[in-house]
Ligand binder design. Structure first.
Ligand code: SAH
Length: 363
């Protein structure tokens, strides 16, 4: 067992099996042994690659989306531009380059980065230091001002719980210590769970797993309250599903490969697919409007991804042009990120759909 497992084993002996959300939170964010505390996980040498690292077009288009959103919310000055989980700062650096065409927005915006990892904060400072960002642990410390919020591959990192369909109802799946005390294992707690996420799944077969993400619901509530009060919009892009469904999507990734979820906490990335309907419903319940989700392919195409790639290719060497084309394919193709990844927007209820969205979320 690694050090974090030994620590979790002690806690399980004292308190009983952990909720999956507690396990995920420790594995990702333990202050010294957690996954994000110890490394920069993104990129070829890390464990996963994200859209902004695949192509500069991604961040550029999102920068232009933000400038358009600023017009739609009435050009407030100052305006908060906040990114949740900015990773290496690549998306925002590409966005700022594109924002040269929107100097008034550029002058009005104040950049706020919500980031838990000290290592990634340093990477963000290197790329974005010129924009004088302010860092936060969560939304609570943002000023009370209108805002435009971006979160790419942020929601999938929030801890989930899993409910298992048993004979009497839904039970809690937990993390326990195996009988030989040398490894962690999943167990099912006999106590019964209820809640809106389980309503509508009464006919799910025995053994079905339904995932719930209390942290995403809390975020949706906090965001919705601010969007209503101060005005603004939020854009989330992530892999996930719509409508809500059963299924075990908890996964560990290490060096770009699937890994055992319980084997090496702190050493592998842990994520779950995003339940976009549950996230949108929580925001709507708290008074925001929700739009989408639309697939990443639809969203980026409607923002002009293909035109931007063609424009970049005009000034490119043949090798650069090939890289631009392959990056675009990865963002848009069905077998790549085009369909599994989806975009969802939350907005002040007074606003119409932002760019790239037509329909309010059908809940
Ligand atoms: N958006 C970036 C990085 C995605 S990885 C990209 O697309 O490349 C997830 C990011 O969220 C990382 O920056 C990670 O450190 C951050 N993060 C994860 N959980 C967080 C939390 N609870 N609070 C703040 N930041 C968090």
């Amino acid at each position: 067992m690694n050090e974090l497992q030994r620590l979790l084993a002690r806690r399980i002996r004292a308190e009983g099996p952990l909720s999956i959300a507690d396990y995920m939170a420790e594995a990702l964010h333990h202050p010294t042994l957690g996954y994000y505390a110890r490394r920069d996980p993104i990129g070829r040498d890390g464990d996963f690659i994200t859209a902004p690292e695949v192509s500069q077009i991604f961040g550029e288009l999102i920068g232009l989306w933000c400038a358009d959103a600023w017009e739609r919310i009435g050009r407030p000055d100052p305006v908060i531009l906040a990114e949740l989980g900015p990773g290496r700062g690549t998306l925002m650096a590409d966005a700022f380059r594109a924002l040269r065409v929107a100097p008034q927005f550029r002058r009005a915006l104040r950049l706020h980065l919500i980031e838990s990892s000290a290592i990634l904060r340093r990477a963000q400072a290197e790329k974005l230091g010129g924009a004088e960002p302010m860092w936060h642990e969560d939304l609570a410390t943002l000023p009370n001002e209108p805002m435009i919020v971006i979160g790419n591959e942020f929601l999938d990192a929030l801890p989930i719980d899993q409910k298992v369909r048993g004979a009497m109802g839904w039970n809690e799946r937990r993390v326990a210590l195996a009988s030989d005390s040398t490894s962690l294992m999943f167990t099912v707690d006999a106590s019964l769970s209820a809640g809106p996420a389980l309503a509508g799944f009464g006919a799910a077969p025995l053994g079905s797993i339904r995932e719930v993400c209390p942290a995403a619901a809390r975020l949706a509530h906090a965001l919705a309250a601010r969007l209503r009060r101060e005005g603004g919009v939020a854009l989330f892009i992530d892999y996930g599903y719509f409508p809500s469904a059963c299924g075990d999507t908890l996964q560990a990734l290490r060096h770009h490969r699937r890994h055992d979820v319980l084997a090496d906490p702190g050493e592998a990335d842990l994520t779950a697919h995003v339940d976009f309907a549950a996230f949108a419903a929580a925001a709507v319940q708290a008074g925001a409007r929700a739009f989408g989700p639309v697939t990443q392919a639809t969203f980026l195409t409607s923002l002009g991804a293909k035109q931007r790639a063609a424009e970049l290719s005009k000034r490119a060497t043949p090798a650069q042009a090939a890289a631009i084309a392959s990056g675009l394919r990865r963002l848009l193709e069905d077998r790549e990120m085009g369909t599994l990844f989806k975009a969802l927007a939350l907005a002040d209820p007074k606003l119409d759909p932002p760019a790239g969205f037509a329909e309010e979320t059908p809940l």
